[in-house]
Design a protein around this ligand. Sequence first.
Ligand SMILES: NC(=O)c1ccc[n+]([C@@H]2O[C@H](COP(=O)([O-])OP(=O)(O)OC[C@H]3O[C@@H](n4cnc5c(N)ncnc54)[C@H](OP(=O)(O)O)[C@@H]3O)[C@@H](O)[C@H]2O)c1
Length: 259
Amino acid sequence: MSTTSNLFTGQRVVVMGGSSGIGEAAATTFAADGAEVVITGRDRERLDAALERIGGRTAEQSRATEPGKVAGHQVDAADPAAVAAFFAEVGTVDHLVVAVSGAAGSGPFAGLDLADLAAGFDAKFWPQVRVLQAALPHLRADGSVTLITAASARSAFPGTAGLAAINGALEAMVPPLAVELAPLRINAVSPGVIDTPWWDRVPAEQRAALFEGLAATTPAGRVGRAEDVAQAIHLLAANTFMTGMVLDCTGGANLPTGR
Ligand SMILES: NC(=O)c1ccc[n+]([C@@H]2O[C@H](COP(=O)([O-])OP(=O)(O)OC[C@H]3O[C@@H](n4cnc5c(N)ncnc54)[C@H](OP(=O)(O)O)[C@@H]3O)[C@@H](O)[C@H]2O)c1
């Protein structure tokens, strides 16, 4: 996506989980629109590689935050002390995107290991909630927060009850938080299947077959790209009349068909 409006010039955007996939695409979009962008992730090498892709600069050049540039901080969103220290250091945040991921907690319910489900909450639900709470004192009063949930929150595919619980819990928080924390705007983007490195855990051949099958049953005729979701995130951050919203970005894959 090319955005040339410079709508975000002079604004700081923090993307937690910005070194890959959806978070990286969001960071790229905001940077192209003039923002000073700070991305976080746990792995330094992944962060440095993302900084070079996003900003076209070496990791060393990117370590210093400059307006209109991208910086990277190594932060584990599951570590409360690290999250608090990060926000204390980063300064005022105009827009926050929380794209940290997890994969645990899926599978047929009868055999679902509840420790695995708890691990799924630890990897996604608690980090997103923790980051939002820790960021509050540092967020511009009328800035925005965009959480990334998942279509599994409201779909009904067998084997996704655990993911529905994790993402549904996050989505349920959005409307009350939007009222409680106003004028700060709180939204979420709920993606369908998006071709990102998240799927690297599935062997390539199996992944290609899965994506092909999904594309055939998706009104948009394809699985999503990280840039599709980045556009939805950008919209929610930019539009000051949108809050309390969970915006689906699924290519229509989650539309009820009555079947
Ligand atoms: N891809 C899909 O099909 C899809 C569908 C629906 C929803 N989603 C959701 O979209 C969000 C982004 O997913 P993605 O596909 O872009 O995944 P991804 O490519 O795996 O990227 C995840 C990013 O989050 C970072 N991260 C993960 N855990 C973290 C932690 N504890 N602390 C800090 N950073 C952390 C990763 O870096 P490090 O590993 O280096 O920390 C990476 O930058 C996730 O919430 C995911 O559940 C994805």
